[in-house]
Design a protein around this ligand. Structure first.
Ligand SMILES: Nc1nc2c(ncn2[C@@H]2O[C@H](COP(=O)(O)OP(=O)(O)OP(=O)(O)O)[C@@H](O)[C@H]2O)c(=O)[nH]1
Length: 151
């Protein structure tokens, strides 16, 4: 157990040093390698969250909603902007944005796609943008939206 605690603090300390250098860090690894657990451990340092949903995999929307709800209710992420990307809209069976919003329970929770000034309020910036990563479309608008909320 102490080994794990020390390991965790070593990881946080080394990543903090890297982030102070404005390094771009990619977390890569195969399915089930432990990326998600590590990211959960490091979430205290984040300025924004990009949550990607496979818009063509309706069978996993409930699971995706549960994970999103867990993140949204996390004390370490209070007020942190959330960009929800509904990915794979190039596939014919990808569902439209309003279905993603409904299935993820985001109706009435998003804050608007334009330049919406939320400074001074306790409202968490959150929006849904549909995209196709492989076709290189949609996510740019999402990142532009998100950038206005990052100091
Ligand atoms: N049609 C389509 N397929 C995509 C798109 N983006 C990713 N994929 C495919 O979806 C599959 C999963 O993509 P990954 O980027 O490996 O997904 P991941 O979230 O990293 O998955 P894990 O490693 O399991 O956490 C791959 O076969 C991709 O080619 C997209 O925009 N459209």
């Amino acid at each position: 157990m102490m080994f794990l605690v020390h390991w965790f603090y070593d990881v946080v300390a080394s990543l903090t040093r890297l982030w102070q250098k404005e390094a771009k860090i990619l977390f890569l690894g195969l399915d089930n390698a432990g990326k998600t657990v590590l990211l959960h451990m490091l979430k205290d340092e984040v300025d924004a969250v990009v949550y990607i949903v496979d818009a063509a995999d309706g069978a996993r929307f409930a699971e995706s909603k549960a994970e999103l709800d867990t993140l949204l209710s996390d004390d370490a992420l209070v007020g942190v902007p959330f960009l929800v990307l509904g990915n794979k809209i190039d596939l014919p069976y990808a569902v439209p944005e309003h279905d993603i919003r409904r299935c993820l329970g985001l109706d009435g929770c998003t804050t608007g796609k334009g330049n919406i000034n939320l400074a001074g309020s306790s409202i968490r910036p959150m929006e849904v943008f549909m995209c196709s990563v492989v076709r290189k479309m949609g996510y740019g608008e999402g990142f532009t939206w998100m950038s206005q909320y990052i100091k």
